[in-house]
Write a protein of this length. Structure first.
Length: 154
């Protein structure tokens, strides 16, 4: 039990450090404007979207660190929650401002906070919608469950 808990703690620490590095990289590129001009604004908006989606996927992965993960698509979840989150989280802010100017709801859609929150939610929905988490019993639990049963009863 101690070994499994240490692995889980290490996994959470690794995931937290990775998310911190993603966010710091976005901060650094947006603060020092690596690319200048209109293309730089688009680059910054796309970097925010990518950072948010990856952070959401990593956060969801960290919840199930060490468990068995199998690929199984949940189309309802991806459509009902993924499509709206993708529209708000992946489409960059400059697009919304070009489409509707400084009018409501376009300025809301272009807000970096809305993009970030929606991107994180999209990452979580993508991970939940594409992977099914299955917990497998440990050997001791299986032996205890089968104790006193014949193969016919199992």
């Amino acid at each position: 039990m101690k070994k499994k808990r240490d692995g889980y703690t290490f996994g959470l620490a690794f995931t937290g450090l990775t998310i911190f590095m993603l966010i710091y990289t976005f901060f650094y590129t947006s603060q020092f404007r690596i690319i200048q001009g209109p293309s730089g604004v688009w680059f910054q908006a796309m970097a925010l979207s990518i950072t948010a989606v990856l952070a959401g996927m990593l956060m969801e992965l960290s919840r199930f660190w060490g468990l068995i993960i199998e690929f199984k698509t949940d189309a309802d979840l991806l459509i009902l929650q993924g499509v709206p989150a993708a529209i708000l989280g992946v489409i960059p802010g400059p697009f919304w401002l070009q489409a509707g100017g400084n009018n409501f709801p376009f300025i809301f859609f272009a807000d970096p906070v809305v993009t970030g929150i929606s991107g994180v939610w999209l990452g979580m929905v993508l991970f939940r919608g594409l992977f099914n988490h299955k917990k497998v019993k440990e050997k001791e639990d299986v032996k205890g469950d089968l104790k006193g049963r014949t193969p016919k009863n199992v």
